[in-house]
Design a protein around this ligand. Sequence first.
Ligand code: SF4
Ligand code: SF4
Length: 190
Amino acid sequence: MKDLIVESPLNEQELCVKCGFCCDGTLFSFAVLQAGEQGDLPEKIEQSYSKEDDREFFKLPCSYFCGKCTIYDKKRASICSAFRCQLLKDFSKDKITQTNAIKIIENAAKFREEIYSLYRQIFGKDYTMSFRDLLVDLGKFGREDSENNSLNKSIELLRVKCNIFETLLIKNFKSIKNFERLLSTSMEMT
Ligand code: SF4
Ligand code: SF4
């Protein structure tokens, strides 16, 4: 099969190079594969292949992500060239300027760094996981696992920051439907 290399317009690539949230485990834990793609994928993607029922995917963060995609000009999974987050779609439709889109990405990256820093302070270990793996890790702690009140408070603060960050990700990078669903769920809970 002839390799299909699809390139995005240059100004869109500039946004993605500054971001990488859809590759580095910030937005998603997995990237979906098309039926029949397995066996014809870059080696490291093959190594993180997984299947559940009829759905095939590979684990994120992607091993080819190192600040940016390191195999951009080579054949990748079809989702790699097909995926466009809401921010990119809005930018391509001139609903947001490049400057403002970059601002959103930079602010999100800064907020994520605050979360990692708080995680390091609380657990005293170097943070090497992705944001989605951090959420899983945090989920292992019960609300009042520790008798140390100050530790419980810090973990609660980390949870609040993660929830705010998740809301920001949905608002800016996922679809408006996701965001409306999130709002209606929060309203039902209050
Ligand atoms: S999340 Fe959007 S802007 Fe960021 S790298 Fe992915 S497609 Fe590009
Ligand atoms: S191959 Fe590149 S574009 Fe695809 S998930 Fe990995 S880093 Fe992202």
